[in-house]
Write a protein of this length. Structure first.
Length: 351
């Protein structure tokens, strides 16, 4: 075993860094790791058992649920329930917050927001899917935890991570002290540290967005797309287009190679498509911790004040120089869409 560090060993070793509730947060991360392994097992044999296809149900966001969406949702809620460190799970697949009422859990200190299965449209065709999670400290001190405990800004996250069920399965997470990645070794059933201190290159040449929506994009995104497609040897343009339709997969690749992922507002999704609590905030926390930037086009994602559980946002996330360039074009050409008064740039200067 020499040279191998498992996720469990790493979490215990690093728990001295946590300023608060050391053991509880470690156990919570461990519980998420266990559920991820169970989901991984089912994803891997999806073609062999009756778990592909639609569940025949629709979630609150009007999206058809896949059997694996439902399965993953149950697994994570169940692991977090038996772990006892989480009082509320907010999940993309449930209309309302899920309160965990067991005597141990109802006084637990943590809230978990989760997208149990990201990239559902890829499930049935063997393309990478993922899980995204975000952990907050409960703010209320007495009575039962409420929705207000869940509606915290992304800056309040104590940990966030994702699991990618890809050509290998990886878990990548941050507790606000950098980003580390672990690859699942199926022979021993453990996530092992494989990508310590992950950093995203400041620049890159990959852009990821659904170009099929071009006619519905804001003017700033159209201008940025023109920019990335122009021939210019000095800046290595045109850039390369890569989009698989699983946010986890697209952002994981860009984190390693350098790149930008954009899901802007569109005519069909005037507030953006991706969910602030389950997708944008956790990915923004991870990417910022790796040295990148995450914006809604005008403002830092992590500073957005959530008002609704299933709130959506536009997102521009990835390598610093690329996101800054796209933000510049949004400010210049899509300024009318900037409903907020504070810009990301201002926030950085103030901060
Ligand atoms: P989910 O499967 O959790 O609903 O998320 C899908 C998201 C995201 O992962 C992906 O990048 C995006 O939706 C794809 O949307 P389009 O098909 O509109 O490009
Ligand atoms: Mn998703
Ligand atoms: Mn999902």
């Amino acid at each position: 075993m020499s040279g191998i560090k498992t996720l469990g060993q790493f979490i215990i070793e690093k728990q001295a860094d946590f300023s608060y509730a050391k053991g509880e947060l470690s156990r919570l991360l461990r519980d998420i790791g266990i559920a991820a392994k169970i989901v991984n097992r089912e994803v891997n044999k999806a073609g062999l058992v009756d778990i592909l296809g639609d569940a025949g149900t629709i979630n609150i966001q009007g999206e058809g649920q896949k059997k694996l969406d439902v399965f993953a949702n149950i697994q994570f809620i169940s692991a977090l329930t038996s772990g006892g460190e989480c009082c509320i799970v907010a999940t993309e697949e449930e209309d309302e917050i899920v309160r965990i009422d067991s005597p141990v859990s109802k006084n637990a200190k943590y809230i978990v927001c989760i997208d149990p299965l990201d990239g559902s449209s890829n499930i049935d065709c063997n393309v990478a899917v993922g899980t995204i999670f975000s952990i907050y400290r409960r703010q209320s001190v007495e009575g039962e935890a409420t929705l207000a405990d869940v509606l915290q800004k992304g800056t309040q996250q104590v940990a966030a991570g994702y699991v990618i069920y890809g050509s290998s399965t990886m878990m990548v997470y941050t507790t606000g002290k950098g980003v580390n990645g672990f690859t699942l070794d199926p022979s021993i059933g453990e996530f092992c540290l494989s990508h310590p201190n992950m950093t995203i290159p400041d620049g890159g040449n990959i852009y990821s967005l659904n170009e099929g929506n071009y006619v519905h994009f804001p003017e700033g995104v159209k201008k940025y797309l023109k920019y990335v497609q122009v021939h210019d040897e000095e800046t290595n343009r045109p850039y390369t287009s890569r989009y698989i339709g699983s946010m986890v997969g697209d952002i994981h690749r860009n984190l390693i190679k350098g790149g930008i992922y954009i899901y802007p507002t569109t005519a069909k999704s005037p507030n953006g498509k991706l969910r602030l609590l389950y997708e944008c905030n956790p990915m923004a926390f991870i990417v910022e911790q790796a040295g990148g930037v995450a914006s809604d086009g005008f403002n830092r994602i992590l500073e957005i004040e959530p008002t609704e559980l299933h709130q959506r946002s536009s997102i521009f996330i990835g390598s610093k120089e690329m996101v800054n360039m796209a933000e510049g074009m949004m400010a210049e050409f899509s300024a009318e869409k900037n409903v907020n008064t504070v810009t990301t740039q201002n926030l950085k200067q103030v901060g």
